[in-house]
Design a protein around this ligand. Structure first.
Ligand code: ADP
Length: 786
């Protein structure tokens, strides 16, 4: 039998949230794939020190790592590794331990060091043999070193990946601080200058600016024009004149002018508080190290876990000919990419900034960065860019309507869309309380159809719910003829819907009614927003990230309680309608023992197998492991086996050796303040939606037949794999499981095996009517090797 493969994992360089989750995923996947896994303590220091620093790690050792901040195996910067003698000792220690595959989670420095180590490996081994430190025989099984990188960094500064592990947690910390600051700023009508991390990368400052609706930002990639002082003061003055009571300026640490001269927080503060100018009571807040700390948000846990699993596959599949790769994410896809090309591109950004080629600097960042920058400029500097305004005949009257249950990010989307509309000269109009409100209250004095008041809308960036009111009623229920007549009466040139499955269904009903009602022959688009994340055409809906974070915050507490009480299992019910997305991703990001979804269904045999597993687990741990167990069950997974019933079965079968309780976070899953991810995506996608509507032009220019024939005039925006796309509702109609109100395939279904594997769940009898195989068929693992 071939000896077990030995792989190592380590964290290096600057720490970030999610590194602990990486270690858990690598250790457990490695063990699952029949490897011995070693954790190297303190980055490259540990490789050089050897001995106790390179520890074989077992399954149970990484229990509880998923929600932890920081890195439990420590990280370090290591001078000695820059020099060949340091790397020589590291190579020797690896061979002594039989390790020739290593997964490194760190920034571009750590990954550069790793690539260098790999390139030198054969010569290092030769030298070790020639010096008599290793025998020729010892090195035979370890001729090649395989390395895979994972990018752990709060700055999101590596080219080629949309997100690095930790960046969204840091953004969450910043956004929270800014929201606190906004409350006090507003009360005192103060201005705040907020400095965030990012010496060469303005991602955090940019995203924080977008998420919080800041007035002005400074980022290194895109310094302002020479007149930045006048520009900032005039924008702030304009916002104050409009009636704003607070001013927020976000600065990256690396803020500079076009000539590379640093712009400090004090310089900005002095300008804002100048008694001869704006004369604002101004304070400076430096967010500092809290940005690196705290629990990872759901996105970072997911990224760390999926990338950790992928890294083990990659390192085991690598051959001597394979280029060193790192694991990236592009939009919603986990991909392997050549490491050094990304490191080179990252270094190039710093160089071009130094050479003051700022256009190129933004281009070298991912497409989302440029998109977000433009979105920020549009929403913060609304109406001042004359060149954006369209000529009169191209302007449109656009009706906005939200349908279904509230979801985080809806207000941010409305704010961004309205700002974009106003800067283009369009007329954005709010239709209050969905189609029901439109149908019943259009004739009221306080009509359901009202233009947006910008001063009011401008404050919506961080608000939960829907400020224009929402309702589940479909247009056919409200009366299609009435709705069509109202659209004609108000002379709408386009309709912009935001909502979940009911909104999706509404778009289809409107499209189908076009033959009968010509007033519906206008462009209609939907921005999906629902915590169930079940809208066909998109792998992501606004609000889904907020609810996921709410759910895992709840689940973390349950696990803590369960582990403190020892030998307790919580069975927690999740929302999600007939889509198991929230339960499954909640399970992935909170570390569930089992997840029950409506797609798979539930059977007695399955529950019995899971109870047997729990019995074994609790028998083996002899009361030592302080780990609580968690089972997540979607609200519609079974009519008979409810969370309460399952908890009762488990409790009863525990015979006093273990206990079970049921728990339900209920409507708290809709969230409070939307997550920064939902807010930022809301801004980006909403602007894209208006641009999409814009391309068809106002009604006066419509050729009705052309509108009818163009399937994209009734569309849904979505993130699909690595792309943001508009899909025709008529195409999506056939991809929809109407009875179960979800897409026929599920992009997330491949994660089920990962959840089961990382939770240590043994195989179980699959319920007879399980759709898992069918739904996962079209939604492949999502691996692009570039
Ligand atoms: P980060 O990984 O966060 O970018 P650093 O740039 O400090 O952080 O790199 C972390 C460690 O990686 C360094 O302390 C060093 O041990 C190693 N390292 C970085 N660059 C190289 C290099 N060019 N050659 C060898 N080792 C390197």
């Amino acid at each position: 039998m071939a000896p077990r493969k030995k792989i190592a994992v380590m964290t290096s360089g600057g720490d970030s949230q999610g590194m602990a989750a990486v270690i858990r995923a690598v250790v457990r996947t490695g063990i699952n794939m029949n490897c011995d896994v070693f954790c190297v303590q303190q980055g490259y220091n540990g490789l050089i020190e050897g001995g106790e620093y390179i520890r074989k790690t077992e399954w149970a050792d990484v229990r509880g790592y998923l929600p932890r901040g920081g890195t439990p195996i420590r990280t370090a910067r290591c001078k000695a590794f820059y020099e060949r003698p340091g790397r020589l000792t590291a190579a020797k220690n690896m061979v002594i331990n039989g390790i020739d595959a290593i997964i490194i989670c760190g920034g571009d420095g750590s990954l550069t060091g790793a690539d260098r180590f790999r390139a030198e490996w054969p010569s290092l081994l030769e030298e070790l043999v020639s010096k008599g430190e290793l025998t020729a025989q010892q090195i035979v099984p370890h001729k090649h070193l395989n390395i895979v990188g994972l990018v752990g960094s709060i700055d999101n500064d590596l080219s080629g990946t949309d997100a690095t592990i930790g960046c969204y947690s840091a953004l969450d910390r910043i956004s929270t601080v800014i929201s606190w600051v906004q409350d006090t700023a507003d009360s005192h009508s103060r201005a705040f200058v907020i400095e965030v991390m990012g010496r060469h990368c303005g991602w955090l400052a940019l995203m924080a600016g977008v998420a919080s609706g800041a007035d002005f930002i400074f980022i290194p990639e895109q310094p302002r024009e020479d007149n930045w002082k006048e520009e900032m003061c005039s924008i702030v003055k304009k916002h104050r004149d409009e009636g704003k009571h607070q001013t927020i300026v976000v600065m990256a640490e690396g803020a500079q002018d076009r000539y590379g001269k640093k712009i400090t927080t004090d310089m900005v503060k002095d300008l804002l508080s100048d008694p001869h100018g704006l004369d604002l009571d101004t304070r400076v807040t430096i967010v500092g190290h809290p940005q690196r700390g705290g629990k990872p948000v759901a996105h970072d846990r997911m990224l760390a876990t999926l990338q950790g699993v992928e890294a083990v596959h990659a390192v085991l599949e690598a051959t001597p000919e394979t280029e060193t790769c790192f694991i990236a994410i592009n939009e919603n896809k986990i991909v392997r990419k050549p490491l050094m090309a990304a490191v080179q591109a990252t270094k190039e950004v710093a160089e071009v900034i130094k050479a003051q080629d700022f256009e190129k600097a933004v281009k070298l960042r991912d497409t989302e960065f440029a998109d977000m920058y433009n979105s920020f400029m549009i929403t913060s500097n609304m109406n001042t860019g004359e060149d954006m305004t369209l000529s009169a005949e191209k302007r449109m009257k656009i009706g906005f309507i939200t349908i279904g249950a509230p979801a985080g990010g809806v207000n941010a989307a409305l704010r961004a869309a309205v700002a974009y509309c106003l800067s283009r000269g369009h007329e954005p109009v709010a239709i209050h309380n969905g189609f029901a409100g439109f149908a019943r209250h259009h004739a009221d004095e306080d009509s359901s159809v009202r233009p947006f008041d910008w001063l009011e809308v401008d404050t919506w960036a961080t608000w939960g719910g829907s400020e224009i009111g929402t309702n589940r009623e479909l247009p056919e229920e409200s009366g299609m003829e009435l709705i069509a007549n109202l659209i004609a009466k108000y002379k709408f040139d386009a309709i912009f819907l935001i909502g979940g499955f009911e909104a999706f269904h509404s778009v289809l009903q409107l499209e189908k009614a076009r033959d009968k009602y010509p007033s519906l022959c206008i462009p209609i688009t939907l921005l999906p927003a629902t915590i169930s994340n079940n809208v066909p055409g998109s792998e992501y809906s606004l609000g889904s990230d907020t609810s996921l974070n709410e759910l895992i915050a709840f689940a973390d507490k349950l696990k803590l309680s369960a582990s403190a009480s020892r030998r307790r299992v919580f069975v927690c019910e999740t929302q999600g309608g007939r889509s198991g997305w929230l339960a499954m991703i909640g399970g992935l990001t909170s570390g569930a023992t089992a997840v029950y979804t409506p797609e798979e269904g539930l059977s007695m045999d399955m529950i019995v197998a899971d109870i047997r597993h729990l019995r074994d687990v609790f028998q083996q741990d002899k009361g030592k492991a302080r780990a609580g167990r968690l089972i997540l069950i979607n609200e519609t997974a079974s009519k008979v086996h409810t969370a309460k019933a399952i908890a009762d079965y488990i409790h009863d079968e525990g015979h006093g050796r273990f206990q079970a309780r049921e728990s339900n976070p209920g409507h708290t899953q809709q969230g409070d303040i939307p997550s920064p991810i939902d807010r930022c995506r809301a801004v980006r996608l909403a602007i894209k939606c208006v641009k999409h509507l814009e391309q068809f032009g106002p009604k006066a220019q419509h050729d009705i037949q052309k509108i009818k024939k163009d399937p994209l005039t009734a569309s849904v925006i979505g993130i699909q794999g690595a792309a943001v796309v508009f899909s025709a509702i008529t195409d999506l109609e056939i991809q929809t499981d109407w009875k179960n109100r979800r897409p026929k395939s599920a992009h997330w279904m491949y994660m089920k095996d990962i959840v089961d594997m990382l939770g240590g769940r043994p195989s179980y009898p699959v319920p007879e009517k399980s759709l898992v195989g069918i739904m996962a068929k079209d939604a492949k693992r999502g691996l692009i090797v570039e």
